[in-house]
Ligand binder design. Structure first.
Ligand code: AMP
Length: 191
């Protein structure tokens, strides 16, 4: 399998580049944010719980997202691999992901970290809020999400650096330029 984590702050372009990865390498896209938004739309109990965190820009508890991931990995036994987008977001989630994949003799093969400065991130998210109407793309929630990213999520970079899987990519540029840099990292892993 080819398992890729697409990593970065909110607004770094994870969703856009995930779509391109999925297309080129025939992988399954797993976005915990998308899954949680679907649950909110369907007004499920899980959605109601998730919304109390998401509307404030906080992380949904680890157990909740790890459970979702576990179900997904078990259900998709025979695919070529996954693109994990927005997961893991804490060290516990990173450890849980390796554990879940190792049950199938697999692990994360590459972590693509999209590097984008704060000012650019805030600008992109405010613009996205205007276009998509995503309710967490407002200034107050954006600031909370960036804080959460630096405090809880960015330590995962060290975690993956130690495992030799971290690839830092400049996330500013055209969509094609950025994807080219990603392909340069992934192509050698594909035989
Ligand atoms: P995203 O679409 O990835 O930006 O995620 C939107 C929101 O969903 C985040 O701000 C969190 O509240 C929640 N969320 C998504 N993925 C996770 C995760 N792996 N762990 C905890 N919360 C998450």
């Amino acid at each position: 399998m080819l398992n890729i984590v697409i990593f970065g702050a909110p607004g770094s372009g994870k969703g856009t580049q995930s779509a391109k990865l999925v297309e080129k390498y025939a992988l399954k896209h797993v976005s915990t944010g998308d899954i949680l938004r679907e649950e909110i739309k369907a007004e499920t109990e899980l959605g109601k719980l998730a919304n109390t965190y998401m509307s404030k820009g906080h992380l949904v508890p680890d157990e909740v997202v790890i459970d979702i991931l576990n179900g997904l990995i078990e259900k998709n036994g025979t695919i070529k691999g996954f693109v994990f987008d927005g997961f893991p977001r804490t060290l516990s989630q990173g450890e849980a992901l390796s554990k879940m994949l190792s049950k199938h003799g697999e692990d994360v093969n590459a972590v693509i970290s999209l590097e984008v400065g704060d000012e650019e991130l805030i600008g992109r998210l405010l613009k996205r809020g205007e276009i998509s109407g995503r309710t967490d793309d407002n200034r107050e929630t954006i600031e909370a999400r960036l804080k959460v990213y630096y405090e809880q999520t960015s330590p995962l970079k060290e975690f993956y650096k130690e495992r030799g899987t971290l690839r830092e990519i400049d996330g500013v540029g055209s969509m094609e330029e950025i994807f080219q840099a990603i392909e340069n990292e992934i192509d050698p892993l594909v035989r």
